[in-house]
Design a protein around this ligand. Sequence first.
Ligand SMILES: [Zn+2]
Length: 83
Amino acid sequence: MKVNIENGIFHAVITENDHVEKCPFCGSDDIIVQNTWTASYWVECSDCGAEMHTQSSGDHDNKDHHLREAMAAIDAWNVRAKR
Ligand SMILES: [Zn+2]
């Protein structure tokens, strides 16, 4: 996972080092992590639109915080996908 900054807005991006389970609904491996400008992240399947949200708040201007929250969203997705 890495965090990019565009126009002062943080966005996390999945990298090849991240383990991300396939979509539990359609089996796609085209999975992305999304956020708006806050550190509230959700994981989304690009093919069927399934989403996994996490409850998060905190320091929206902190890059490490964004990284943690994005990884937490992936973890939640992986737990859901394995069920
Ligand atoms: Zn899907």
